[in-house]
Design a protein around this ligand. Structure first.
Ligand code: KIV
Length: 285
Protein backbone atom coordinates (compact mmCIF):
# COMPACT_ATOMS: atom_id res chain seq x y z
CA UNK A 1 0.00 0.00 0.00
CA UNK A 2 1.29 3.48 -0.85
CA UNK A 3 2.55 5.40 2.18
CA UNK A 4 0.11 8.11 3.34
CA UNK A 5 1.27 11.59 2.43
CA UNK A 6 2.60 13.79 5.22
CA UNK A 7 0.83 17.09 5.90
CA UNK A 8 1.91 19.81 3.46
CA UNK A 9 3.46 22.65 5.47
CA UNK A 10 5.00 26.06 4.82
CA UNK A 11 8.58 24.68 5.16
CA UNK A 12 7.67 21.99 2.59
CA UNK A 13 6.47 24.68 0.13
CA UNK A 14 9.60 26.82 0.61
CA UNK A 15 11.79 23.75 0.19
CA UNK A 16 10.12 23.04 -3.15
CA UNK A 17 10.97 26.57 -4.25
CA UNK A 18 14.58 26.16 -3.09
CA UNK A 19 14.77 22.87 -5.03
CA UNK A 20 13.27 24.56 -8.16
CA UNK A 21 10.31 22.16 -8.11
CA UNK A 22 6.98 23.68 -9.22
CA UNK A 23 4.13 23.68 -6.68
CA UNK A 24 0.70 22.33 -7.71
CA UNK A 25 -2.45 24.24 -6.73
CA UNK A 26 -6.11 23.86 -7.69
CA UNK A 27 -9.42 25.30 -6.62
CA UNK A 28 -11.86 22.95 -4.92
CA UNK A 29 -15.13 23.44 -3.10
CA UNK A 30 -16.47 20.03 -2.01
CA UNK A 31 -15.59 16.78 -0.24
CA UNK A 32 -15.47 14.28 -3.16
CA UNK A 33 -13.35 16.56 -5.34
CA UNK A 34 -11.02 17.30 -2.43
CA UNK A 35 -10.65 13.56 -1.89
CA UNK A 36 -9.64 13.08 -5.56
CA UNK A 37 -7.25 16.04 -5.51
CA UNK A 38 -5.57 14.65 -2.40
CA UNK A 39 -5.23 11.22 -4.08
CA UNK A 40 -3.70 12.92 -7.15
CA UNK A 41 -1.03 14.54 -4.97
CA UNK A 42 -2.17 18.15 -5.43
CA UNK A 43 -0.26 20.09 -2.79
CA UNK A 44 -2.36 23.22 -2.31
CA UNK A 45 -6.12 23.66 -2.52
CA UNK A 46 -7.82 27.04 -2.82
CA UNK A 47 -11.38 27.18 -1.56
CA UNK A 48 -11.95 30.15 -3.83
CA UNK A 49 -14.81 32.61 -3.66
CA UNK A 50 -15.13 31.63 -7.34
CA UNK A 51 -17.48 29.05 -5.81
CA UNK A 52 -20.08 31.81 -6.10
CA UNK A 53 -19.91 31.33 -9.87
CA UNK A 54 -18.89 27.69 -10.26
CA UNK A 55 -21.05 26.16 -7.51
CA UNK A 56 -23.77 28.68 -6.73
CA UNK A 57 -24.40 30.09 -10.22
CA UNK A 58 -23.96 33.80 -9.43
CA UNK A 59 -22.73 36.12 -12.21
CA UNK A 60 -19.77 37.25 -10.08
CA UNK A 61 -18.02 36.44 -6.80
CA UNK A 62 -19.45 39.46 -5.00
CA UNK A 63 -22.52 37.86 -3.33
CA UNK A 64 -20.44 35.16 -1.60
CA UNK A 65 -20.55 35.26 2.22
CA UNK A 66 -18.24 33.99 4.97
CA UNK A 67 -20.90 31.38 5.80
CA UNK A 68 -20.74 30.04 2.21
CA UNK A 69 -16.96 29.93 2.38
CA UNK A 70 -16.74 28.25 5.77
CA UNK A 71 -19.23 25.51 4.82
CA UNK A 72 -17.29 24.65 1.63
CA UNK A 73 -13.87 24.94 3.29
CA UNK A 74 -14.96 22.50 6.00
CA UNK A 75 -16.02 19.97 3.34
CA UNK A 76 -12.72 20.36 1.49
CA UNK A 77 -10.72 19.93 4.70
CA UNK A 78 -12.56 16.66 5.40
CA UNK A 79 -11.73 15.37 1.91
CA UNK A 80 -8.10 16.51 1.83
CA UNK A 81 -6.60 16.16 5.30
CA UNK A 82 -2.96 16.62 4.22
CA UNK A 83 -3.28 19.29 1.50
CA UNK A 84 -2.38 22.90 2.29
CA UNK A 85 -5.90 24.39 2.26
CA UNK A 86 -6.44 28.10 1.71
CA UNK A 87 -9.60 30.01 2.55
CA UNK A 88 -10.31 32.82 0.09
CA UNK A 89 -11.67 35.91 1.82
CA UNK A 90 -14.91 36.99 0.16
CA UNK A 91 -15.92 40.50 -0.85
CA UNK A 92 -16.11 43.02 2.01
CA UNK A 93 -14.83 40.61 4.65
CA UNK A 94 -11.42 42.35 4.79
CA UNK A 95 -11.72 45.61 2.85
CA UNK A 96 -13.52 47.61 5.60
CA UNK A 97 -10.73 47.44 8.24
CA UNK A 98 -7.73 45.55 9.56
CA UNK A 99 -9.82 44.27 12.46
CA UNK A 100 -12.53 42.89 10.15
CA UNK A 101 -9.81 41.19 8.12
CA UNK A 102 -8.22 39.55 11.18
CA UNK A 103 -11.56 38.34 12.57
CA UNK A 104 -12.67 36.76 9.29
CA UNK A 105 -9.24 35.25 8.58
CA UNK A 106 -9.42 33.71 12.05
CA UNK A 107 -12.76 32.09 11.21
CA UNK A 108 -11.18 30.18 8.31
CA UNK A 109 -8.54 28.81 10.67
CA UNK A 110 -10.75 28.06 13.68
CA UNK A 111 -13.95 26.88 11.99
CA UNK A 112 -12.65 25.22 8.82
CA UNK A 113 -9.14 24.12 9.75
CA UNK A 114 -7.54 26.07 6.89
CA UNK A 115 -3.76 26.48 6.68
CA UNK A 116 -3.76 30.03 5.27
CA UNK A 117 -6.00 32.71 3.78
CA UNK A 118 -5.87 34.64 0.51
CA UNK A 119 -7.12 38.14 -0.19
CA UNK A 120 -7.12 40.39 -3.26
CA UNK A 121 -5.39 43.74 -3.67
CA UNK A 122 -2.01 45.45 -3.61
CA UNK A 123 -0.34 48.09 -1.42
CA UNK A 124 -3.75 49.35 -0.24
CA UNK A 125 -4.32 45.95 1.41
CA UNK A 126 -0.79 45.63 2.87
CA UNK A 127 -1.97 46.64 6.36
CA UNK A 128 -4.66 43.89 6.24
CA UNK A 129 -1.98 41.33 5.30
CA UNK A 130 0.28 42.60 8.10
CA UNK A 131 -2.50 42.45 10.70
CA UNK A 132 -3.42 38.90 9.69
CA UNK A 133 0.21 37.71 9.63
CA UNK A 134 0.90 39.40 12.99
CA UNK A 135 -2.06 37.40 14.34
CA UNK A 136 -0.25 34.20 13.40
CA UNK A 137 -2.16 33.42 10.22
CA UNK A 138 -0.23 32.76 6.97
CA UNK A 139 -1.49 35.10 4.25
CA UNK A 140 -1.43 35.06 0.45
CA UNK A 141 -1.83 38.15 -1.76
CA UNK A 142 -3.56 38.16 -5.13
CA UNK A 143 -2.61 40.63 -7.88
CA UNK A 144 -3.36 41.18 -11.56
CA UNK A 145 -6.91 40.24 -12.44
CA UNK A 146 -8.65 40.40 -9.09
CA UNK A 147 -12.25 39.26 -9.67
CA UNK A 148 -13.71 41.22 -6.74
CA UNK A 149 -12.67 44.42 -8.57
CA UNK A 150 -13.80 43.24 -11.99
CA UNK A 151 -16.00 46.29 -12.50
CA UNK A 152 -13.15 48.72 -11.74
CA UNK A 153 -10.78 46.68 -13.94
CA UNK A 154 -13.16 46.85 -16.90
CA UNK A 155 -13.88 43.12 -17.19
CA UNK A 156 -12.03 39.79 -17.07
CA UNK A 157 -8.93 40.86 -19.04
CA UNK A 158 -5.13 40.66 -18.87
CA UNK A 159 -3.62 43.15 -16.40
CA UNK A 160 -0.28 45.00 -16.49
CA UNK A 161 0.21 45.02 -20.25
CA UNK A 162 1.76 48.48 -20.38
CA UNK A 163 4.92 49.49 -18.53
CA UNK A 164 3.23 51.85 -16.05
CA UNK A 165 0.57 49.33 -15.03
CA UNK A 166 3.19 46.58 -14.89
CA UNK A 167 5.37 48.74 -12.58
CA UNK A 168 2.38 49.22 -10.26
CA UNK A 169 1.96 45.43 -10.01
CA UNK A 170 5.70 45.01 -9.30
CA UNK A 171 5.42 47.64 -6.52
CA UNK A 172 2.25 46.05 -5.14
CA UNK A 173 3.97 42.65 -5.01
CA UNK A 174 6.87 44.10 -3.03
CA UNK A 175 4.45 45.87 -0.65
CA UNK A 176 2.62 42.60 0.02
CA UNK A 177 5.88 40.70 0.52
CA UNK A 178 7.12 43.37 2.95
CA UNK A 179 3.80 43.18 4.81
CA UNK A 180 4.46 39.48 5.40
CA UNK A 181 2.63 37.62 2.62
CA UNK A 182 4.40 34.28 2.21
CA UNK A 183 2.89 33.84 -1.25
CA UNK A 184 1.46 35.98 -4.03
CA UNK A 185 -0.83 34.76 -6.79
CA UNK A 186 -0.49 36.57 -10.12
CA UNK A 187 -3.64 36.13 -12.17
CA UNK A 188 -3.63 36.96 -15.88
CA UNK A 189 -0.52 39.12 -16.08
CA UNK A 190 1.98 38.82 -18.97
CA UNK A 191 4.56 36.04 -18.57
CA UNK A 192 7.47 38.48 -18.62
CA UNK A 193 5.96 40.53 -15.81
CA UNK A 194 5.45 37.35 -13.79
CA UNK A 195 9.11 36.45 -14.40
CA UNK A 196 10.30 39.87 -13.18
CA UNK A 197 8.22 39.58 -10.00
CA UNK A 198 9.36 36.00 -9.38
CA UNK A 199 13.02 36.99 -9.79
CA UNK A 200 12.63 39.93 -7.40
CA UNK A 201 10.84 37.92 -4.70
CA UNK A 202 13.12 37.38 -1.71
CA UNK A 203 11.08 35.45 0.82
CA UNK A 204 7.83 35.04 -1.02
CA UNK A 205 6.50 32.30 -3.29
CA UNK A 206 5.01 33.52 -6.58
CA UNK A 207 2.23 31.49 -8.17
CA UNK A 208 0.74 31.83 -11.64
CA UNK A 209 -2.82 31.60 -12.86
CA UNK A 210 -2.60 32.28 -16.57
CA UNK A 211 0.64 34.22 -16.04
CA UNK A 212 3.09 31.81 -17.65
CA UNK A 213 5.73 29.29 -16.63
CA UNK A 214 8.20 31.44 -14.68
CA UNK A 215 6.41 31.41 -11.32
CA UNK A 216 7.19 28.95 -8.51
CA UNK A 217 4.04 27.01 -9.27
CA UNK A 218 0.70 26.90 -11.06
CA UNK A 219 -2.95 27.32 -10.11
CA UNK A 220 -5.97 26.38 -12.22
CA UNK A 221 -9.69 26.59 -11.62
CA UNK A 222 -10.87 23.00 -11.32
CA UNK A 223 -14.16 23.60 -13.13
CA UNK A 224 -12.36 25.05 -16.16
CA UNK A 225 -10.03 22.02 -16.35
CA UNK A 226 -12.87 19.56 -16.71
CA UNK A 227 -15.51 21.37 -18.75
CA UNK A 228 -17.69 21.87 -15.67
CA UNK A 229 -18.43 25.60 -16.01
CA UNK A 230 -21.03 26.19 -18.69
CA UNK A 231 -20.79 29.98 -19.15
CA UNK A 232 -17.27 30.40 -20.56
CA UNK A 233 -13.77 28.89 -20.66
CA UNK A 234 -10.88 31.32 -20.12
CA UNK A 235 -7.93 31.06 -22.53
CA UNK A 236 -5.54 30.22 -19.70
CA UNK A 237 -7.48 27.09 -18.73
CA UNK A 238 -6.31 23.88 -20.34
CA UNK A 239 -9.05 21.25 -20.47
CA UNK A 240 -7.55 18.06 -19.01
CA UNK A 241 -10.71 16.01 -19.45
CA UNK A 242 -14.30 16.72 -20.41
CA UNK A 243 -16.12 15.58 -17.29
CA UNK A 244 -19.02 17.88 -18.17
CA UNK A 245 -19.58 15.90 -21.39
CA UNK A 246 -19.21 12.54 -19.62
CA UNK A 247 -21.76 13.56 -16.98
CA UNK A 248 -24.19 14.99 -19.54
CA UNK A 249 -24.03 11.77 -21.59
CA UNK A 250 -24.69 9.75 -18.43
CA UNK A 251 -27.62 11.93 -17.44
CA UNK A 252 -29.18 11.69 -20.89
CA UNK A 253 -28.78 7.90 -20.86
CA UNK A 254 -30.42 7.70 -17.41
CA UNK A 255 -33.31 9.85 -18.59
CA UNK A 256 -33.80 7.67 -21.70
CA UNK A 257 -33.56 4.38 -19.79
CA UNK A 258 -36.13 5.46 -17.21
CA UNK A 259 -38.69 6.70 -19.73
CA UNK A 260 -38.13 3.57 -21.89
CA UNK A 261 -38.40 1.30 -18.79
CA UNK A 262 -34.88 -0.10 -19.26
CA UNK A 263 -33.77 1.05 -15.81
CA UNK A 264 -33.85 -0.39 -13.19
CA UNK A 265 -32.84 -4.01 -13.90
CA UNK A 266 -32.88 -6.82 -11.34
CA UNK A 267 -29.32 -6.12 -10.21
CA UNK A 268 -30.42 -2.60 -9.22
CA UNK A 269 -33.09 -3.54 -6.66
CA UNK A 270 -33.46 -5.62 -3.51
CA UNK A 271 -35.50 -8.82 -3.11
CA UNK A 272 -37.35 -10.39 -0.20
CA UNK A 273 -37.62 -14.16 0.64
CA UNK A 274 -40.87 -15.80 -0.61
CA UNK A 275 -41.95 -16.96 2.84
CA UNK A 276 -41.52 -13.48 4.32
CA UNK A 277 -43.50 -12.00 1.48
CA UNK A 278 -46.27 -14.60 1.89
CA UNK A 279 -46.43 -13.75 5.61
CA UNK A 280 -46.68 -10.10 4.76
CA UNK A 281 -49.61 -10.75 2.40
CA UNK A 282 -51.32 -12.78 5.12
CA UNK A 283 -50.85 -9.94 7.61
CA UNK A 284 -52.34 -7.51 5.17
CA UNK A 285 -55.48 -9.58 4.55
O1 KIV B 1 -11.80 32.53 -6.09
C1 KIV B 1 -10.91 31.99 -6.77
O2 KIV B 1 -10.98 30.85 -7.20
C2 KIV B 1 -9.74 32.81 -7.03
C3 KIV B 1 -9.00 32.44 -8.26
C4 KIV B 1 -9.61 33.15 -9.42
C5 KIV B 1 -7.59 32.77 -8.12
O3 KIV B 1 -9.48 33.74 -6.35
Amino acid sequence: MAEARKKITLPYLFKKVADCEPITWLTCYDYPTAYLQEQAGIEMILVGDSLGMTMLGYESTLPVTMEDMIRHAQAVRRGAPTAFVIGDMPYMTYQPSVETAIRNAGRFMAEAGCDAIKLEGGAAMADRIKGIVDSGIPAIGHLGLTPQSVSALGGFRVQGKNAALAKKIVDDAKALEQAGAFMILLEMVPDRLCEVITNRAENCIIMSLGSGPHAHGQLLIYHDMFGLYPRFKPKMAKVFGNAGEVILNGLTAYHDEVINKKFPQQENWFGMPDEEFDDLLKMLK
